[in-house]
Design a protein. Structure first.
Length: 240
């Protein structure tokens, strides 16, 4: 997702352009805002993004799992059906945009008109997931940068240690996510089983040999440890 979004050589869909525009706005907002407003602004943006991920996506997946909410909506609205000759301009334009959007990153074997409705609904849902995930990640990074400071009574060894530990945890987090995606691939990464079933044989090697749910346990090691380390460093600074 990140590679396809940031690599200029990769084709960009409308959702990609929208996501990049929002992320650029976040960075510009960080640069424009006074330092005393940055922390609270990006705390608010991060809280909304995190709530959208845990609450919004969770609610959509719950409704899809138990009531087929998203696929029923797609069938009722007929957004994937080719409009007839008497269809309105808005209907034809919407159809063309959705078709171009979903086909932008697919291979030559993907035919928009013939794939099952559940598959196209899942592809459309993925665009929403990407937007929320990137907003969540970027706003958290900017919030962390806005909160960054160097205590006046901190030794150089402790300062270097903090940065070394942070870089290590960041790289470890990146490896966990990439290795987990290598194993489960897009189908499980984007909750494809909530929309349709595939006959797959997964080999849970790599990070899955260490923990069963790496993305939601050790995958957030940097996030959890950063909170604990901040409190520990403050305790050390106050004790000295």
């Amino acid at each position: 997702m990140v590679t396809a979004l940031l690599d200029p050589r990769k084709p960009k869909s409308i959702a990609d352009i929208l996501t990049l525009t929002i992320l650029t706005f976040y960075v510009a907002l960080y640069l424009i805002l006074p330092s005393n407003f940055r922390k609270w602004t990006f705390l608010g943006i991060y809280a909304i993004s995190r709530l959208s991920y845990n609450g919004g996506l969770g609610y959509l997946l719950y409704q899809q799992s138990f009531h087929r909410w998203l696929t029923k909506w797609a069938a009722k609205s007929r957004i994937f059906n080719r409009p007839g000759p008497n269809a309105s301009v808005l209907r034809r334009t919407t159809y063309d945009i959705i078709k171009r959007e979903l086909s932008a990153k697919m291979g030559s074997d993907y035919i928009f008109e013939t794939v099952p409705l559940e598959y196209n609904t899942w592809l459309l849902f993925r665009r929403v997931v990407d937007l929320i995930l990137m907003s969540d990640f970027t706003s958290y990074i900017l919030f962390a940068v806005a909160c960054a400071s160097i205590p006046a009574n901190q030794t150089m060894a402790l300062h270097v240690g903090r940065w070394a530990a942070g870089i290590f945890l960041f790289l470890f987090n990146l490896w966990v996510k990439l290795d987990a995606h290598r194993v489960v691939k897009d189908y499980a990464w984007y909750w494809g089983d909530f929309f349709f079933l595939e006959d797959l044989e997964l080999c849970f090697d790599g990070i899955f040999e260490l923990v069963p749910h790496p993305m939601y346990s050790v995958g957030y090691a940097g996030y959890y440890v950063s909170i604990l380390s901040t409190r520990l460093i403050r305790w050390i600074a106050n004790a000295s």
